[in-house]
Write a protein that binds this ligand. Structure first.
Ligand code: ADP
Length: 474
């Protein structure tokens, strides 16, 4: 029996801004179920976490956490949910704020979180064999446990969910926040800055990322965001493990947010389309092909391509709904375009889990033309709701979506290779041709119905990795 502690900055159902939360909310369950491991999760207690959850938490301990000259009090609360024990790190100064990220001192906040997690190991009744940290917000914790050795023989795994976000601060913060001997600075510095992600890449026993293709891509300067040389150095310890999703949670047969439950019935799915069209103000027509985009509105997600070909695409007999929040450039462009095409385009600029599920359920196509995509969960959720993904062949999109082939009848979606707007436009037009061909369309839907990406296989990959590091590196 292995003890594993997950360290992360977000987790469903408590707080979510993207796919990281889905992974932290579902992988521990699978490790427990399939691999019989004891997995616990430690998170910041944000103001954002609702009263409903807070009322169920139990106080565990309080202690001081030093951050350079600063001394902050932390309390730990616990909560058991679906047989997993969660620890929450509470500190008013750093976490009692609106939202989750986006503050000028995010670097300091998450170095503090990392330091608090290390201190917490002395106060929780749990001795991890594996300390598994996720993304830059937990990156410094990997370096700190390696240097400070708070638990004997504990091994570290660090998972890169997105290499673009690194937690970079002026190098002076090394002394200001950490006050460690000068010898450790080399493991944390990158291009003259303190870098949380690099600190984890340097110190972790094993590094994983969330798809096999992305594990290869990030060794290349085009995708590495400047970190390829350290990843090449550590390539023997870097593996790509494909993310899964909680297929019980994303299940159109049980989903309480959707009006009409279904397994694979097209008729019942069309009823969801009608309800959705009514809700978001598009003309009601269950036969009209409905495309959706659900995403953070940032460059990574290929939105420049969509922007470029939007007018051309909307000349077709289609509807498109965009749900997202993010960069002003995209928010204003898609909002304005929705005014120009009231019959064809709906833009909804919010983060709304229930509405997202209604979109997945009501749509025919899910569009995700990412510039890069570590894994991508949205296309996997789309498959669960029998909505056909249209993706660019990169990272996890390439590993999960295979282009439909009319001759062999294989494939669970549509894809294009180059990051080029007109390649996207042609694949969108091609998807329409298949939609209008009843024979090919039903073959494609058969394949979509069979595509499922649960955690089962990936959980065993993680279990093998944990086994390997706890037995080899003694
Ligand atoms: P990333 O983690 O890069 O944002 P993923 O595809 O891995 O991308 O995960 C995105 C997750 O966030 C999915 O569960 C998706 O449905 C959800 N999501 C993105 N934008 C919104 C939104 N505006 N409202 C609700 N859910 C959203």
């Amino acid at each position: 029996m292995k003890n594993v502690l997950f360290v992360a900055s977000e987790c469903t159902p408590f707080v979510k801004t993207g796919g990281l939360a889905d992974v932290i909310g579902s992988l521990p369950q699978s490790l427990k179920q399939y691999e019989r491991m004891e997995v616990r999760v430690i998170l910041p207690l944000y103001d954002e976490i609702s009263e409903e959850w807070r009322n169920q938490m139990e106080y565990l301990a309080s202690f001081n956490v030093p951050l350079g000259w600063r001394n902050q009090e932390v309390s730990i609360y616990t909560l058991e949910h679906n047989h997993i024990l969660y620890y929450f790190i509470a500190n008013d100064y750093y976490f009692t704020r609106k939202g989750v990220y986006g503050y000028y001192d995010d670097g300091e906040r998450f170095v503090f979180f990392s330091r608090a997690v290390v201190e917490a190991l002395a106060h929780i009744d749990f001795k991890p064999d594996i300390f598994h940290a996720h993304d830059w917000q937990a990156g410094m914790a990997v370096a700190l446990v390696k240097i400070m050795q708070p638990v004997e023989h504990m091994k570290t795994v660090f998972t890169i969910h997105n290499i673009k976000y690194q937690g970079v601060m002026p190098l002076g913060t090394y002394d200001d926040f950490l006050q460690l001997p000068a010898e450790h600075i080399g493991g944390m510095e990158w291009n003259g800055m303190l870098n949380c992600l690099k600190s984890a890449l340097f110190h972790a026993d094993k590094i994983t990322t969330v798809s096999p293709s992305y594990a290869e891509e990030i060794k290349d300067p085009y995708y590495s965001e400047g970190l390829h040389s350290i990843l090449l150095e550590r390539s023997a310890d870097l593996v790509g493990v494909l993310n899964g999703i909680d297929t019980n949670e994303y299940n159109p047969l049980k989903d309480p947010s959707i009006p009409v439950k279904y397994r694979s019935s097209r008729a019942r799915k069309k009823s969801n389309k009608i309800a959705l069209q009514e809700k978001i103000g598009l003309p009601i027509d269950s036969e009209k092909p409905l495309y959706i985009i659900i995403t953070r509105l940032v460059e990574q997600k290929g939105l420049h391509l969509v922007k470029h070909i939007l007018d051309d695409f909307l000349q077709e007999d289609v509807q498109l709904a965009i749900l997202g929040t993010g960069d002003e450039e995209f928010e204003s462009f898609f909002a304005e375009a929705a005014h120009r095409y009231p019959e064809k385009l709906a833009t909804i600029l919010t983060f709304d889990e229930g509405l997202a599920r209604q979109l997945y359920a009501g749509a025919d196509f899910f569009v995700m033309p990412s510039k890069f995509e570590p894994c991508g969960l949205a296309q996997l959720i789309a498959l669960q709701y029998k909505t056909v993904p249209i993706v660019r062949e990169t990272g996890g999109l390439k590993d999960t979506i295979h282009p439909f082939n009319e001759i062999t009848g294989e494939g669970n979606g549509f894809s294009f290779t180059n990051y080029n707007a007109h390649d996207l436009l042609s694949v969108l037009r091609y998807s329409l041709t298949i939609f209008n061909d009843p024979f090919q369309w039903s073959q494609l839907l058969k394949n979509v119905n069979k595509s499922q990406f649960s955690w089962k296989d990936s959980a065993s990959d993680y279990a093998n990795l944990y086994e390997e590091i706890t037995s080899i590196y003694v």
